[in-house]
Design a protein around this ligand. Structure first.
Ligand code: FAD
Ligand code: SF4
Ligand code: SF4
Length: 394
């Protein structure tokens, strides 16, 4: 599919230049020229008063889906350490692969990372596709996309799962576009249709007010991203092993358009909400950014970390990296203390699987009390100092 300009009709009026949200059109020699940044959104087609721009209809591509077999999990590693979400996806992938009656494979890219293959086998993989190259040490969109895309074309997996991390959210769409298939982001449930054996990908839609189940019947692979903390890891099985398949990795000149010059770690990375066993989260009920100082005191005393609702983040009281919920992080701590948080469905989406939920809210009808194991009705500015005092007495 392409967007083309009929030069004989173009009068150089520049209406399309202004209409293009991606600044992909320039005027050269009084004619519009569509550049590489074009996403084929079609906005320019609508505005051209002379009918000079046309979006060519996509050729109906037919894919022989019977050629595609196996469930693949992108085994994201950083600095030689596998991300937890990769192991969680192996747990889920194992279940899906067994249900289809196919193999579970991990795709591992990096340099000197072959040792990680053993860990992937222990957590459920039957096979590891291993790509090693100095350009793969740190994540790079072009390098990772090109290597995995070539592997997908060669080995034809039917399902590809990625963690909805910053890397997975970048890599997944690039792969889906290259493969000409769909991608369902932030899935919360994955099931196999018993009849078609297709993947049913469920995720919240319309602001979390309903759950949508999405299928990809005509294209392969079926691709999904899943947030960290949503799926369950298997217990590692020390007796498991599997096959390592080396991927041929070579890059042509100019194939990789970006270079990582330096990695700067920010404070945000020290907030490990997904790993925290205790989270003390604050919402709009704090009324003031200073309220988070009180929450930090309580979190410190309990050995936990501070989280927040979107309302508190939107108010600028705390960094977005602390946001819990549908558009923030999904967490599963042993104890979750919600302070001045009403319990909107989008917040619950990120914390309702916590082990024990304690809610402090001055309004006894707050929805958070419906899912709380313990509820304290009262002003958090009185309740939390009282808890701190009680803990000091211990
Ligand atoms: P409020 O709903 O305003 O609740 C404040 C609560 O504090 C009230 O229940 C009140 O009784 C209580 N309170 C007030 N003063 C005190 C006090 N002194 N002591 C004790 N209690 C007190 N929200 C998220 O959190 N995470 C998300 O990821 C997220 N994603 C979203 C995505 C979409 C597409 C949309 C549409 C919304 C999303 N939201 C998200 C927003 C969500 O709908 C709510 O608006 C938000 O969670 C409300 O935050 P809150 O509970 O802090 O504030
Ligand atoms: Fe040409 Fe149409 Fe663009 Fe005007 S809007 S510059 S006529 S393509
Ligand atoms: Fe720009 Fe969309 Fe037209 Fe492409 S199709 S040139 S992105 S307006």
């Amino acid at each position: 599919m392409a967007v083309i300009v009929h030069e004989d009709l173009c009068r150089g009026c520049k209406k399309c230049v202004k209409a293009c949200p991606f600044e992909a059109i320039t005027i050269e020699g009084k004619k519009a020229v569509i550049g590489l940044g074009c996403t084929q959104c079609g906005a320019c087609v609508e505005v051209c008063p002379f009918g000079a721009i046309e979006k060519e209809a996509a050729e109906k591509e037919t894919v022989d889906i019977s050629q595609y077999h196996g469930v693949w999990v992108f085994a994201e590693q950083r600095g030689g350490v596998l991300m937890d979400v990769a192991l969680e996806l192996l747990g889920e992938g194992r279940r899906l692969a067994d249900e289809i009656g196919t193999e579970l494979c991990a795709v591992l890219l990096g340099e000197n990372v072959e040792v990680l293959a053993e860990e992937l086998f222990r957590y459920g993989a039957d096979k590891v596709y291993l790509g090693q190259h100095p350009e793969l040490v740190t994540y790079n969109t072009d390098a990772y996309t090109n290597v995995i895309y070539k592997a997908i074309r060669e080995y034809k997996p039917e399902i590809v799962l990625l963690g909805a991390t910053h890397i997975g959210r970048d890599l997944g769409p690039c792969l889906a576009v290259r493969c000409g298939t769909g991608l369902t982001a932030d899935c919360t449930r994955l099931e196999i249709d018993p009849e078609s054996k297709g993947l049913q990908q469920t995720r919240p839609a319309f602001g979390g007010n309903l759950m949508a189940t999405i299928v990809c019947p005509n294209h392969r692979p079926q691709m999904s991203t899943v947030r960290p903390g949503v799926m369950q890891k298997l217990m590692p099985d020390e007796t498991r092993s599997g096959e390592v398949v080396a991927l041929k990795v070579e890059f042509a000149d100019g194939e990789i358009r970006t270079k990582v010059l330096e990695i700067v770690r920010t404070m945000k990375e020290t907030v490990k909400l997904t790993d925290a066993e205790i989270i003390v989260a604050g919402g709009r009920g704090l009324s003031d950014p200073e309220g988070f100082r009180l929450l930090e005191k309580l979190a410190k005393k309990l050995g936990g970390v501070v989280g927040a609702s979107r309302a508190a983040v939107d108010a600028g009281w705390i960094d977005h990296s602390r946001q819990i919920g549908q558009t923030g992080t999904t967490v599963k701590p042993k104890i979750y203390i919600a302070c001045g948080i009403s319990g909107a469905i989008q917040h619950l989406a990120g914390m309702q699987n916590s082990g024990c939920i304690i809610a402090i809210n001055k309004y006894e009808g707050a929805p958070i009390f419906e899912i709380a194991d313990y509820g304290i009705v009262g002003d958090l500015y009185k309740v939390i100092p009282a808890i701190l005092e009680a803990l000091d007495l211990e």
